[in-house]
Design a protein around this ligand. Structure first.
Ligand SMILES: CC(C)(COP(=O)(O)OP(=O)(O)OC[C@H]1O[C@@H](n2cnc3c(N)ncnc32)[C@H](O)[C@@H]1OP(=O)(O)O)[C@@H](O)C(=O)NCCC(=O)NCCS
Length: 187
């Protein structure tokens, strides 16, 4: 009986809704707040971006992403509707049923569980709706917050590119992490 309730619940639950955040399309109105939240040294330090983009760069990203069939990108908003970041599945490869995950959350919203919930929701969508069997990512070995969030969702370290990135005047390792469909940790 309990299984039956769970099945019914799953059928009516939006695949884009977690316990704290909702994933939705990135709208034109979002470009300015996305630009402002993304173009900060705190957010960009742990991403492969080394200098700020003009607003036109944010628009180029949005237009390019919408045209790219190998990318699914989403705005992350709280359940109350406040925009807090962006996440994506990229390099979607249908024959091997895999994709690469990317995410950032505006610094004002860090450490409130939004990143973990967004990663879990995106992976759940990838697995249950897109039929992915593997989701991969890379993270710098100076980003314990991200490693912790990914680990809680079920990602495991799979390898390490020693001195793979130059950040803050020093080399850091780049950690490869992966999640197989059966690894996803629900709350
Ligand atoms: C990485 C990122 C997406 C995480 O989002 P978030 O909303 O802050 O993450 P959460 O609040 O869900 O989880 C963070 C966890 O890390 C923990 N944490 C925070 N600082 C930490 C530290 N210095 N060492 C270890 N764990 C830490 C938090 O306590 C929390 O764990 P808990 O829930 O068990 O207490 C966000 O910080 C971000 O966008 N950073 C900049 C861009 C980026 O690095 N993107 C990922 C690139 S791979």
């Amino acid at each position: 009986m309990i299984d039956r309730v769970d099945e019914d619940f799953r059928r009516i639950r939006s695949p884009f809704e977690g316990t704290l955040v909702r994933l939705r399309a990135v709208e034109e109105n979002d470009l300015r707040p996305i630009h402002d939240m993304f173009n900060t040294p705190q957010v960009q330090r742990t991403l492969a971006i080394t200098w700020p983009q003009p607003q036109a760069g944010t628009r180029d990203w949005w237009e390019g992403m919408r045209r790219n069939p190998d990318t699914a990108a989403f705005a992350i908003e709280t359940l109350a509707g406040e925009l807090v970041g962006e996440c994506s599945l990229e390099d979607i490869h249908a024959p091997s049923r895999r994709a690469v995950l990317g995410i950032w959350i505006g610094q004002a919203y860090w450490d409130r569980g939004f990143g973990t919930d967004a990663v879990r929701t995106l992976c759940r969508f990838g697995i249950l709706e897109m039929n992915l069997q593997r989701i991969a990512l890379v993270v710098y070995d100076l980003n314990p917050r991200a490693v912790r969030a990914y680990g809680k969702v079920g990602f495991r370290e799979e390898g390490r590119h020693r001195r793979g990135m130059f950040v803050d005047g020093r080399y850091v390792d780049v950690i490869s992490m992966g999640l197989l469909a059966e690894d996803l940790v629900e709350e």
